[in-house]
Design a protein around this ligand. Structure first.
Ligand code: AMP
Ligand code: GLY
Length: 427
């Protein structure tokens, strides 16, 4: 049986869940995580390298005979880590489990994604694209557009580049700030203006080798800081899987109208894409629409999706590498999984770091995935806004939630906050 040395890039809860899963595989020889966190260290060896240090990553891969490089976050993919490895004779034998720079544009450029969807008739909100050269036309467009109206900086803006304007004045103000005042730097030189869709959101994930694909369990994340989905947007405060309304009939529409045309479209356009595709969807009445694509797994969705994936993840990566995704069938755990994020006080605004976390040993019946933690003098301390994801299984959302709330109360650090209503619409 072959076995692989794997380098996983990233340091969040997503990477902790991926590392937990991969180290269970008999196909995993050595697992390294760069830079990792105290959670990933339980499952492999952390390496002090930034995810954007392509030279350092290359050197490490060569010195440690890495076979598979799996980028967790989008930045290295959008910056072209795939191309940098494939175009270098020294590293082209290493499989980068992620899209080419061009493929990563599905996430890296909202305009690219919208044009792609239009070419392949994939359902999404109606839109227009504006920049400095047609700025005045954009203002006129905003003035006659129905409200609310959605403005999106074209490029990566750390999840902050979307504005849902409730008034025309607010829309014009944001539009001007993005284009004229470079509010998000180069990312907002171009702006996508789109129609507001009303519905309920969900996330669907595919693993593709560029031709065939499998679907991973669906998930729903809870992005707002406050209970009842109030307050500021965050990276995600919790997630559930499966999504109760994503039944067979709905998923058939998702597959026929969105997943298949996306994978086929990439292939038809000769866009190199072997990796994860994250479909950020919204259900409008009974129909799915694409809100966004991401070229990687979601966080905290991974913390529920991966625990419900019964396949060997390294074997799936092997099939992806060999272009044999058609040989595998995805196996989903019938149980429900829920995750909640324990966050720092002040998040998503400013917060303190370096606060000691206690109570790990008291957790029972849940899995802990470290997100923003670090080691300091042999203690685990907070080092980010999202600190720890607690994942539990159950036969129902309610049952899974009971276990995790018990465990959430056992992890203890000053300023601990978490939402107590994850999955509330479905209970
Ligand atoms: P995005 O970064 O494109 O995922 O947008 C961030 C969030 O804004 C999404 O998760 C949605 O909640 C919301 N959003 C984006 N586009 C739309 C839209 N066209 N209609 C309604 N809500 C949207
Ligand atoms: N939870 C949303 C994301 O990972 O983008």
């Amino acid at each position: 049986m072959p076995s692989y040395n794997i380098l996983l890039l990233g340091s969040g809860g997503r990477e902790c869940a991926l590392a937990w899963k991969m180290q269970q595989s008999p196909l995993c020889e050595k697992l390294y995580i760069a830079p990792g966190n105290p959670g990933t260290e339980q499952y492999g060896t952390n390496v002090a390298l930034s995810v954007m240090d392509f030279e350092g990553i290359k050197k490490f891969c060569l010195e440690n005979n890495i076979d598979i490089l799996l980028p967790g976050p989008e930045d290295p993919l959008v910056a072209g880590i795939y191309d940098s490895f494939i175009n270098d004779p020294q590293t082209q034998h290493i499989f980068v489990a992620g899209p080419s720079k061009e493929g990563a544009q599905l996430e890296g450029s909202k305009a690219f994604a919208k044009q792609f969807m239009q070419r392949h008739r994939i359902p999404t909100a109606a839109y227009r694209e504006f920049n400095e050269s047609n700025f005045e036309e954009g203002i006129a467009y905003l003035k006659q557009h129905a409200l609310p109206i959605v403005l999106k900086a074209d490029g990566l803006a750390a999840g902050k580049g979307v504005v849902i304007a409730q008034s025309t004045d607010e829309a014009i103000e944001s539009f001007t700030a993005m284009i004229k005042d470079a509010q998000f730097g180069d990312a907002s030189k171009k702006v996508v203006v789109e129609e507001f869709l009303t519905g309920i959101e969900l996330s669907v994930f595919a693993m593709t080798d560029g031709t065939d694909y499998i679907l991973l369990p669906s998930a729903k994340d809870y992005k707002r800081i406050g209970e009842g989905d109030a307050g500021s947007n965050t990276g995600g405060m919790g997630a559930i899987s499966p999504v109760p309304f994503a039944d067979d009939a709905f998923m058939k529409k998702v597959i026929d109208r969105i997943v298949e045309p996306t994978v086929r479209g990439l292939r038809q356009e000769a866009i190199t894409y072997a990796g994860f595709i994250f479909f950020g969807l919204i259900k409008v009445n009974d129909d799915p629409y694409v809100i966004e694509y991401n070229c990687r797994m979601g966080d905290p969705e991974t913390e529920v999706v991966i625990p419900r994936l019964q396949n060997d993840l390294v074997q799936l990566l092997e099939k992806m590498m060999e272009g044999r995704m058609n040989e595998v069938t995805a196996l989903h755990d019938p149980r429900v999984a829920c995750t909640i994020m324990l966050v720092s006080k002040g998040y998503p605004g400013s917060y303190h770091k370096g606060i000691i976390i206690k109570g790990f040993e008291q957790v029972n019946g849940s899995m802990l995935f470290h997100a923003g933690t670090a080691k300091k003098d042999n203690e685990i301390v907070t080092s980010g806004g999202r600190v720890i994801a607690i994942t539990s299984y159950g036969n129902s959302i309610k049952e899974a939630l009971t276990t995790y709330y018990e465990n959430a109360s056992k992890i203890d650090y000053e300023g601990k906050q978490y939402r107590k209503d994850i999955g509330y619409e479905f209970i």
